[in-house]
Design a protein around this ligand. Sequence first.
Ligand SMILES: [Zn+2]
Length: 473
Amino acid sequence: MDDRFLTQFWLRCEQPDPCFSADELQWIPAAEVESLLRQGILREAAPAKAAVCEMCGDGHESEIVWVQNSESRKLRPYVPCPEYGGAPIDPERLRRWALDLDAIAAELRRQLNLTGPPATLVPGRVWALGRRHLANRWRDFFFVAGATRPGSHQIWDRCPQIEEAPSPVILVPAMAPVGRTAPAIRLTNLTTLTETGVTLDVEYLAESLPRDTRAAAPKSITSFPVPEGATWDELKLTVREHSMLAEIRGAKDEFGFDDLGMSGPNDRLWGLLCAFARLNGRLPGVSRDSKDIEPATFRKQVSDLRHLLSTVFPITGEPIPAVRGAGGYRTLFHINLDRRDGFPIQPGSWDECYFIELRDGRIAITVKAREVFAVWSRSDDTAVEAAQRQSDHTEIYDLRTLGLADQAGRPTAEGRTLLEFLRNGGKLTRRGDDTGILRLAQRLRGWMGLHGDPFQFTPTRTLWSTFFESSRD
Ligand SMILES: [Zn+2]
């Protein structure tokens, strides 16, 4: 590892048309140059048109002249020299390698694991890399090269996206601009160069970012501009791993934990929101014998969640009314988990699925191999891409993950119904309008991303049977 070369590498990125000459690269370990070539951030460019004379010791640089050898017919480069006439030069020395800033931007995006569409804001100078949750909040990342070059103040005017981002982070190769409000972080401090190429230290980056103080202040909860007269049932919430998507009358926004005044994925209100999402907005009341959570505490949490949602979405009325008689709660807005919280692979139909109750009470779900299948890409929300499958795909879940057990881990009515199916080889004698079965069907459709029903009913025998294979380990 040669840190001096890495520093030179980033300093060079600050210049217009950054490149290295063969004379410069000859001092760098070949493995490191190779790794940069493999990463695509260094690539051979057109050879130099000028070179330093090697003959007279004057060190003058002149434009290359190519002269054909009369015998070999080959062209050979010469540096015109006042002393020697034509000073021959080794063609190897004319080779040049350009630093590909677009490829560097793409590599930064990849290593930071950013989402959202990347964009070149100013060609060769400014890139919007994408966003992610890091150091306690959502951050938009930008890569800016040549930020201290003369006239560079104009690039900021051309990139309102940086100023408008709620929490922008500017990555610069080596020179940080002065007087910017957004933190600018030098890649010289953040990267190492090894045989695998330039590597970004994401943890160190997270430590370098200014600590967020907003999370502690509940008054900073972000509010969604709700259209006039909108009602709760027009609101659609999609709960993701680290954020919540909101949509109302075509307007959309994404909320991170900070926007919601939550501490993170272990925040109790976040857990409650996820529980509502898993059950599509329905939540049973907590039974009296629950040891995990007191009914009064549970009511208080629901009340806190109502208050929070009413703050985020200034809509009149009660967003989560209690269900009379039956107990529990039902949201007026639509809420569900993002597809990524379901089975990671989209089966073609129910008869490709195996459900097995394991001895430890967990459920193994296997989707049998097909030649081509669709996979839900976790890095890109929009993509359902076809991929070649090597083997069966099995995931093991506890009932709570599947939304079929309460917070204490006891199976809900739907959870018990699933277990009965698995213990009876996929058969169950129940009425045709059994709500437990209908709700379980809805839950399983959501989890597996299938539209068809997982069960069929035979009226003559009042018998339900599963389309998927059911068994017990
Ligand atoms: Zn000379």
